[in-house]
Ligand binder design. Sequence first.
Ligand SMILES: [Zn+2]
Length: 97
Amino acid sequence: MTSTATRHIPRRTCVVCRQVRPKPELLRIARLQGGEPTFDPRARYGGRGTYVCANENCITLLHKRKGLDRAFRRAFPAVVYQKIIQEMLDYVATKDH
Ligand SMILES: [Zn+2]
């Protein structure tokens, strides 16, 4: 019973494209109580979380689709989106090197 094929891989839905993917293919955004959403690549923060595909397309569409507003039921200012989008793009870019 050591086959990895039968091992359960958690799946999450991308808040931008609504596709269900294995968790390792997604980037996590956490929001601690009362705080601003924070990019959480290592799932350190706990709290409520939402997921975005680890590709430029979904990352850059996060703002246009109001992904954070929908995930956390609050309207976030553009600066919050810009910061997270930049952090996620940087992360994806360095990961591919
Ligand atoms: Zn997506």
